[in-house]
Design a protein around this ligand. Structure first.
Ligand code: NAP
Ligand code: HSE
Length: 593
């Protein structure tokens, strides 16, 4: 029995606050690897505290290939069965994006239109959307961080798929955004907004910063499906038209003042300090954005080491003065340790560069001096990856502080210790488990930092700054080492159906002072923190307002960590590498522009 379809949100359906609907067009999904760029965009909104529903087109050229294939097999133009074939491109893109998100530890779920009864009416090759199992979709959204919906198709009354016409993924995104009361619907394309003329003509036309519906219809041509635009206007849903990684967009809305502005981006020079687990991942990401970044140098310790990822030899140096001589805009510190990292970061500020670091040891040890140096130099210092790997823990603490006071936090915040504890619980020998964590790229250069609790303690120091606005020193944190864990305790936990976790905690005592610890706790298997498997992390932030904010994801490893580093780099690009000239021009001037 098919569920009753509902066209709009009704009173008793779950409220979805802070939902961003991001639509990725075929022009930005140029090839299969481009899904990693879409993942950057999704991560950007997730770490700002928004839920994401991604709606995807097929990868560039795939729909044409499917059309050709269908024609080859036969059945005639517009055969009813053709829609079953032509929707496969979007389904494939959704699955690929789901995999890219899984790689960085995001709980993403691809959702077929039939699963949410995304109902279509009309012809099977040119249908409209007319209904949706809103409750099912809302439930999926509360269970997963991200949903990925293939655009371009819906389901007819008889259960057969129907296509939404050319540009139909715009309609899918706008329809879902309107139905769910989304905070934003962002159509991400290969142009960074609406222009007075096609920007590819090379005449440097002006770009609209904001535009009303009538003017949008005049200027957007086929770049947004007209039917989708009508639907958005009818439901008073503002739209953002943007390119990936951009801080600016064109906003189409009912009362939009019709103005326009030029937008510019420039390539920023980036130096990588370190080319290990994290550095190689960041290199791979930057390589895919030659329009935004130029890698001008890579510092390593051992020039003779074989580099699997094949960074160009001319970029690699063991001499810091070589890489700093390239006058970078951004220095990304991924070498670890305190002394050398500290000196390099200060040198970067001195040379006018912004800094992104993944290094919790240097950030925790020299937090004040590094922030002062950044402020003195007027530069930005970012270090999201230092805590939680790909889980945006520091950002969540910042957001929690804005809304309320954080009164305590506890979590699994060291991926290596967690991975090893899981392996030990499965009967693996201690040394083998440590070696496996090292081989997987989870462990610190000296894994005793993971085992003894120093790594988690450094992270707690940073969390104390962001969550409590307080200074916490590593020597104020009590620690229990994994090396001292009695195998009998593991055995006992196993026999009781329990699990041991390295738990890091900060709370205030009766006098309001911070108490912090890293300890080994035996937890029931259904405890939220016991659910963190392998290198995964989990965190619970409790606020004075009685709210518990729960976060989870991959806390260590190349791709989750490189994602957080890349997010900081892209933020800096939006701060320094992009700007708009705010020239407000009135309607008659647009007509003759
Ligand atoms: P890694 O694999 O050991 O790589 C370190 C890189 O830094 C290597 O390329 C090494 O050069 C280079 N290096 C080390 N000391 C140097 C020095 N004094 N001068 C020049 N180059 C130096 O380490 P990683 O796992 O990528 O971790 C890097 C940082 O990210 C650490 O601060 C770590 O805490 C942090 N982090 C790591 C993860 C993770 O899961 N791995 C997660 C979050 C944060 P060679 O290649 O020549 O040896
Ligand atoms: N060694 C660290 C861990 C890396 O295992 O958690 C991530 O900070």
């Amino acid at each position: 029995m098919r569920p009753t379809i509902i066209d709009t949100r009704s009173e008793n359906q779950p409220e979805l606050q802070n939902l961003a609907v991001l639509k990725f067009g075929g022009s930005v999904l140029a090839d299969a690897q481009a899904v990693h760029g879409a993942a950057h965009e999704i991560y950007r909104y997730l770490r700002a505290g928004e839920k994401v529903l991604a709606v995807v087109s097929a990868l560039a050229g795939e729909t044409d290939e499917l059309i050709a294939l269908g024609n080859d097999i036969g059945g005639g133009d517009n055969a009813p069965g053709a829609s079953a074939l032509l929707r496969l491109g979007e389904i494939r893109a959704a699955a690929l994006l789901g995999l890219a998100l899984e790689r960085i530890g995001i709980d993403a779920r691809a959702v077929d239109p039939s699963e949410i009864d995304l109902r279509a009416s009309g012809k099977s090759d040119d249908a409209r959307l007319c209904g949706l199992d809103h409750m099912r979709l809302a439930t999926l959204l509360t269970r997963h961080e991200v949903l990925v919906v293939p655009g371009f198709s819906g389901v007819l009354e008889d259960g057969q798929p129907a296509l939404l016409g050319r540009g139909g993924t715009d309609l899918s995104a706008i329809y879902l955004g309107a139905s769910l009361g989304a905070k934003r619907v962002r159509l991400i394309k290969d142009v960074d907004g609406l222009y007075v003329r096609d920007p590819k003509t090379g005449t440097n036309p002006r770009r609209f910063a904001q535009i009303n519906w009538e003017d949008a219809r005049k200027f957007c041509g086929p770049s947004i499906q007209p039917r989708a635009l009508d639907y958005a206007q009818k439901h008073n849903l503002s739209l953002e038209i943007a390119a990936p990684a951009r801080g600016f967009d064109t906003c189409i809305s009912a009362d939009g003042v019709t103005s326009h502005a030029k937008a510019r981006t420039r390539r920023l020079k980036v130096v990588l300090l370190g080319f290990g687990t994290v550095g190689e991942g960041v290199y791979a990401h930057l390589q895919r954005h030659p329009d935004l970044f130029e890698i001008s140098g890579i510092l390593v310790r051992d020039a003779a080491k074989e580099r699997a990822n094949g960074a160009p030899a001319q970029l690699i140096s063991t001499d810091a003065s070589d890489v700093f001589a390239t006058r970078p805009d951004i220095v990304v510190e991924m070498i670890g340790g305190v002394e050398a990292a500290d000196a390099f970061i200060l040198n970067a500020f001195f040379g006018g560069a912004d800094v992104v670091s993944a290094n919790k040891a240097v950030m925790a040890a020299n937090y004040d001096s590094l922030h002062k140096a950044a402020a003195r130099a007027g530069r930005t210092l970012r270090y999201s990856a230092a805590v939680g790997g790909g889980v945006p823990m520091l950002e969540a603490l910042d957001q929690a502080c804005e809304a309320s006071n954080v009164c305590s936090l506890l979590g699994v915040i060291n991926g290596t210790a967690n991975f090893i504890l899981d392996r030990l619980a499965n009967g693996c020998a201690f040394e083998t488990a440590v070696r496996e964590a090292q081989d997987a790229g989870f462990a610190e250069a000296d894994p005793s930092a993971d085992l003894d609790g120093d790594d988690a303690a450094a992270k707690l120091c940073l969390m104390a700054r962001h969550g409590f606005g307080a200074t916490l020193r590593a020597n104020q944190i009590s620690m229990e080492s994994l090396s001292d864990l009695d195998p009998a305790r593991i055995e006992a936990a196993r026999n009781d159906g329990k699990i041991i976790r390295q738990i890091s905690e900060i709370r205030r005592d009766a006098k309001g002072a911070l108490c912090a610890s890293v300890s080994l706790k035996t937890l029931a298997k259904d405890h939220y923190l016991a659910g963190a498997k392998g290198e995964r992390n989990r965190l619970v932030i409790n606020t004075d307002g009685g709210e518990s904010i729960c976060l989870r994801g991959k806390g260590a490893g190349r791709w989750p960590t490189a994602e957080a580093v890349m997010a900081d780099i892209l933020d800096i690009h939006r701060l320094r590498g992009q700007y708009e000239e705010n020239v407000t021009v009135r309607a008659p001037e647009i007509a003759c522009a």
